[in-house]
Ligand binder design. Structure first.
Ligand code: NAD
Length: 261
């Protein structure tokens, strides 16, 4: 469906916006002329980032559907509409599958998968109200294509996010919707994600040292601002994927070609 994207005066909401990639997304949408709302569970980091960027910060826990609905209501109350939602909040690696408890799986999937699902439930109806365009951006990960040892629940959640975003894009297109969906697949990006290990429920034998981070070691780390600029451009074009580390692009593009066939 062809559409014209004008960012000035529109609103972008970014979950996990207090840090790392989310903060980079917020900066990029701000620079493109959007109003920006950042949402995060970390109240102190949220307040600092909102102050630094000069944007509205709304304390949100993406694992709680009511909290995400309240975020959508607040953004609409403040700005009248939302054109972009970046379901980006996420937590990091955990360790080998054999050492994980069910609580570890549930915690990771609650944030990384259900956090995205709650975002879709709350924001899709809002985006569909626009008479011009709207875009969902869901953060998956390149680890889906090169799954390193130690990232079982992480890769499971991110693979699900990639799959549901592809399905959503196809459904929106089939319905002739002016809303599009993009999967963001970052490779290694400078952020605080390793710190999120501290908050995992099970503090058993598994630790970051057990996780094979060779995926990160082999590839140049990007800055969140680079990722933000790529995403803004992808939203402009309604690209189905943003693959931050170009060497993997053909694989994602093949997937999309198959999807369209
Ligand atoms: P980060 O830790 O710097 O930022 C993640 C933010 O999400 C934090 O501010 C954190 O407080 C917030 N968050 C965590 N749980 C939340 C919850 N329940 N509700 C609301 N906010 C919550 O990490 P990042 O690397 O910028 O991560 C952003 C996204 O990018 C994540 O989905 C991550 O999986 C993905 N990703 C990152 C990389 C990388 O190399 N940094 C690579 C691939 C994918």
């Amino acid at each position: 469906m062809s559409r014209t994207v004008e960012f000035t005066g529109t609103t972008a909401v970014v979950t996990g916006g207090a840090s790392g990639i989310g903060k980079g997304l917020a900066r990029a949408f701000l620079a493109s002329g959007c109003h920006v709302v950042i949402a995060d569970v970390d109240e102190a980091a949220l307040a600092a980032a909102a102050h630094e960027l000069g944007v509205l910060g709304v304390r949100t826990d993406v694992t709680d559907p009511d909290s995400v609905s309240a975020l959508a209501e607040r953004a609409v109350a403040e700005f009248g509409e939302v054109h972009v939602v970046c379901n980006n909040a996420g937590v990091g690696p955990q360790g080998p599958i054999a050492g994980l408890g069910l609580d570890d799986w549930r915690w990771m999937l609650d944030v990384n998968l259900y956090g995205v699902i709650h975002g879709l439930q709350a924001f899709l109806p809002v985006l569909e109200r626009n008479d011009d365009w709207g875009q969902v951006v869901n953060t998956s990960s390149m680890s889906v294509f090169f799954p390193p040892a130690g990232l079982g629940p992480y890769v499971a959640g991110k693979a699900a996010v990639l799959g549901l975003t592809e399905v959503l894009a196809a459904e929106l297109q089939a319905a002739g919707s002016l809303v599009g969906a993009t999967a963001l697949l970052p490779g290694a990006v400078h952020s605080n994600i390793k710190n999120s290990l501290r908050t995992r429920p099970s503090t058993g034998a598994t630790a970051l040292r057990d996780v094979d981070v060779s995926l990160s070691g082999r590839h140049r780390f990007l800055d969140p601002e680079d990722v933000g600029a790529m995403v803004v451009e992808a939203v402009r074009r309604n690209d189905p994927y943003v693959v931050t580390h170009g060497e993997w692009l053909p694989r994602a593009a093949d997937r999309h070609a198959r999807l369209q066939a």
